[in-house]
Design a protein around this ligand. Structure first.
Ligand SMILES: Cc1cc2nc3c(=O)[nH]c(=O)nc-3n(C[C@H](O)[C@H](O)[C@H](O)COP(=O)(O)O)c2cc1C
Length: 187
């Protein structure tokens, strides 16, 4: 089968990672694939922060939990209060994708395409990944924002997605079954 289609069909969200770091050239190739995503009106209004320091990832995770509780983000409160929840699942790389909503007319879609390109490129290199959504609703919390500033997220940006990257520490997950009637063929 065509290798691109094969990668699209085989990629899965990975939630358990080995300690092993991802080599810089491989991570650079993954990020470059992200930056070649399409964007509305070719705005490319995005920014990618690549965090490869475990201590920084752990601190960000702790501050994320505090921000979710402070902002009372209903859908993530249980996660934020759980001792088991670890932002990024212990992966060695954590990536934040943000975009400027004043520059792109579709910042959310643009950012999602960056992440999907990165997921597919990572998969093709044997690197696992998983979207982490919890940062999006708290990115404007002032205390959390100070941490984002230090991570290079531009002040005018909102976070539209984030993700963990690393080598799979478990079995490769099975694809969830596809929902029926998701396509109409006409003609
Ligand atoms: C917009 C979006 C948000 C997501 N947020 C999370 C998340 O916060 N945590 C998580 O573990 N997975 C998250 N995921 C991953 C989905 O749960 C996953 O893609 C879905 O279960 C299908 O599994 P697959 O990626 O292996 O095909 C998210 C995926 C998308 C597209």
């Amino acid at each position: 089968m065509n290798q691109v289609i094969e990668a699209i069909l085989a990629r899965r969200s990975v939630r358990s990672y080995r300690e092993e770091a991802v080599p810089t050239p491989e991570m650079e190739a993954v990020v470059e694939a992200g930056l070649y995503a399409p964007s509305a009106r070719n705005a490319q209004a995005w920014h990618v922060s690549v965090i490869r320091d475990r201590k920084t990832i752990a601190e960000l995770g702790d501050e994320l939990k505090e921000a979710i509780i402070r902002c009372q983000v209903e859908r993530y409160l249980a996660l934020a209060r759980s001792a088991e929840y670890r932002m990024g699942f212990g992966a060695p790389v954590f990536v934040i994708v943000s975009a400027d909503p004043a520059v792109s007319v579709c910042p959310e879609q643009d950012s999602a395409l960056v992440l999907e390109n990165m997921f597919l490129a990572a998969h093709s290199l044997g690197i696992g990944s998983c979207w982490v959504n919890q940062l999006c609703p708290v990115c404007d919390d002032p205390a959390f924002r100070r941490r984002l500033d230090a991570l290079g997220v531009p002040a005018s940006h909102k976070i539209y997605g984030a993700a963990a990257f690393g080598y799979n520490g478990g079995v490769h997950p099975k694809a969830p079954p596809r929902r029926e009637n998701a396509v109409s063929w006409i003609g």
